[in-house]
Design a protein around this ligand. Structure first.
Ligand SMILES: *Cc1c(COP(=O)(O)O)cnc(C)c1O
Length: 399
């Protein structure tokens, strides 16, 4: 590994994956039937993403189908309220309404090149389910989406969208009926049908998913860096994102990881507060362990038994986390904060009425963190990743 020190003690490539590991985190903890499949997928990913025609095809769909680049918007009303200078990276304006589509397009292009005909995926808030069903429709592939029954109840609009897009919805009534249970069900199906393509939606699970998802989402930060340089002529002081599994956050962060002066902050779904069983703040309150195919942090006890999680945001309601974020936490390169349901609901209302932008309840956690962290920091420039739009949340009783 190259150990050139770039700035402030940060070494080149120290946060990147090496053979599926981010430091000690990551890896591939799966049954043997999946191991050869995943190793093959890792090779295909590595080979294809080196090719110019793959990159061209990816960018083509991001531009013409997704609507990228997404704008970097100076939120003047929010900035005035907080007393700082705040930009929003508008992932909410992407086709299908969140950042999930970036990764979905990338993975389905790999699936197509591998000759896959059936796609399976899990979904929490339904955004990844919608993005996957959309990509499957685009490329004429069969699609099956696993979703927890409780999540389906609280994100009804997305269930209807997934069905309309022609995918099959499989509700799981196991556990608490949330994202963890959907991942278990989707992984179970994959183990029984290893010839399907499992299109994982966040920066979690076994290698190569965390590396792949991080790669496809990094378009967010690449655009944001260029846009903030154009607008301000310098790098931001802070970048912020909400974090469930870690994909929108790493998407923004990757391009800035080696810019030591840029402070990095993420908002976890804190639920009712810092009490195990009533929160989903995995990096704030969890500890290292193997969970759903990877070695990272998890909200689990000494015996590896996973605690129930709670967050008002279905997309953050998950007891696991990305192995790369686990490394960023341990290296103190990024800071992870617990944001409660109540704080997120406040921010949801404030951004809507103040700025004319209805954020997803997940993204509202990042806005809430910004409101706490940036108060009165007049000279500082910050970027919040607005990971998705809140249409799916307006009919819920959040007020
Ligand atoms: C899925 C989702 C999240 C959480 O997932 P990450 O992988 O942590 O980004 C956040 N915001 C929105 C809008 C989502 O759909």
């Amino acid at each position: 590994m190259n150990t050139t020190i770039i700035e402030n003690g940060i070494k080149a490539k120290q946060f990147d994956s090496v053979n599926g590991r981010f430091g000690e985190f990551g890896g591939m903890y799966v049954p043997p039937v999946l191991e050869s499949k995943l190793l093959n997928l890792a090779n295909v990913f590595e080979e294809e993403t080196k090719k110019k025609d793959f990159e061209d095809e990816f960018i083509h769909y991001l531009k013409t189908f997704v609507g990228r680049p997404s704008p970097l918007y100076y939120a003047s009303n929010l900035s005035r309220l907080v007393g700082s200078r705040i930009y929003l990276k508008r992932e909410d304006l992407n086709h299908t309404g969140s950042h999930k589509i970036n990764n979905t397009i990338g993975q389905i292009l790999l699936a197509k090149r591998m000759g896959a005909t059936e796609i399976v995926a899990e979904t929490g808030a339904g955004q990844h389910g919608v993005a996957t069903a959309t990509a499957a429709a685009l490329f004429g592939m069969k699609c099956k989406i696993f979703m927890g029954a409780r999540d389906a109840e609280r994100q009804k609009m997305n269930v209807s969208r997934i069905k309309l897009l022609g995918a099959e919805m499989v509700l799981t009534h196991e556990g608490r009926g949330t994202l963890k249970d959907a991942v278990d069900a989707a992984l179970g199906y994959y183990i029984e049908h290893p010839d399907v393509f499992y299109l994982l939606g966040s920066q979690v699970g076994p290698h190569p998913y965390p590396t792949m998802v991080g790669y496809f989402q990094s378009i967010i930060g690449k655009e944001a860096k260029k846009q903030v340089m154009e607008a301000e002529g310098r790098l931001p002081d802070n970048i912020l994102a909400c974090i469930g599994g870690g994909s929108n956050a790493i998407g923004l962060f990757t391009e800035f990881l080696y810019d030591a002066k840029v402070a990095i902050h993420a908002a976890e779904g804190g639920g009712e507060g810092a009490v195990l069983g009533k929160t989903a703040a995995t990096l704030s309150l969890g500890k290292p362990g193997v969970f759903q195919g990877t070695f990272s942090y998890a909200l689990s006890d000494e015996n590896g038994e996973v605690y129930p999680t709670q967050s008002i945001a279905a997309g953050l309601d998950y007891p696991g986390i990305s192995p790369q974020h686990a490394l960023l936490k341990e290296m103190k390169r990024a800071n992870y904060h617990l944001i409660t349901d109540a704080e997120a609901i406040d921010a949801f209302k404030i951004l809507s009425s103040l700025e004319g932008i209805i954020p997803a309840i997940e993204s509202s956690h990042a806005v809430a963190l910004a409101m706490k962290l940036l108060k009165g920091k007049e000279k500082e420039i910050s970027i919040i990743n607005l990971s998705g739009r809140g249409d799916k949340d307006v009919e819920r009783d959040l007020m």
